[in-house]
Design a protein around this ligand. Structure first.
Ligand SMILES: [Zn+2]
Length: 157
C-alpha cells in the first residue's frame, strides 16, 4: 500500500483524508516553529492513525504545533487523546475548528468553522455569534453537546 503523505504548501502541512497505518507523517527538516498542520481534508482517523499522530507530536519535544481547520472527527479524537495537543495539552494549539450545526428549516447539517478566539464556552453555552444555514439561510443550532465537544478547552489538564 502506498503511503499517504502530508502535502506541504506555503509552510503548512495538509493532512490526508484518511489517517491510518499507511499515513506518512511530515519530515520537519528545516521547518521553523510553529509547525502548522491543516486538518481540513481529514474524514477518518483510526486507532493506528491516532497512534502515529501521537508519536509524531511526542517526537516534537517542546516544539510548538498549530492545527488549522480541524473537522469534528479530529476534535473528537483530541477529546479522547489529549496528548495530541502536545505535553501541555494547550487548547490554543487548535487555531481553528468546525462545530457541527443543524438547520430546523431544511434539515441540513453543516460544519461551521470557528477560530479558537471566537468561541468562549462557559456554563451558559458556547458564546458563539449566531450563525445562518449555508443552504437556506435559516437559523442553525449547535448539533453537539458543548461540554463534550469542547472538553479539550473546558477541562483543564
Ligand atoms: Zn437550512
Amino acid at each position: 500500500m502506498p503511503s499517504i503523505i502530508f502535502a506541504q504548501k506555503n509552510g503548512v502541512f495538509y493532512a490526508p483524508d484518511k489517517i491510518d497505518e499507511s499515513v506518512q507523517l511530515p519530515v520537519l527538516d528545516g521547518v521553523p516553529d510553529p509547525i502548522k498542520l491543516n486538518m481540513s481534508l481529514v474524514r477518518m482517523i483510526n486507532s493506528y492513525g491516532t497512534r502515529k499522530l501521537l508519536g509524531f507530536v511526542r517526537g516534537l519535544g517542546g516544539r510548538k504545533i498549530e492545527f488549522y481547520e480541524c473537522p469534528s472527527v479530529f476534535i473528537d479524537t483530541v477529546n479522547i487523546v489529549r496528548d495530541l495537543l502536545g505535553e501541555a495539552h494547550d487548547p490554543r494549539s487548535v487555531v481553528s475548528y468546525s462545530i457541527p450545526h443543524y438547520c430546523d428549516q431544511c434539515s441540513a447539517y453543516s460544519d461551521i468553522m470557528f477560530k479558537y478566539a471566537d468561541v468562549r464556552p462557559d456554563e451558559e453555552g458556547l458564546g458563539l455569534p449566531s450563525q445562518r444555514c449555508l443552504k437556506c439561510g435559516g437559523d442553525v443550532y449547535v448539533d453537539v453537546d458543548p461540554e463534550e465537544y469542547l472538553a479539550f478547552i473546558l477541562e483543564k489538564p
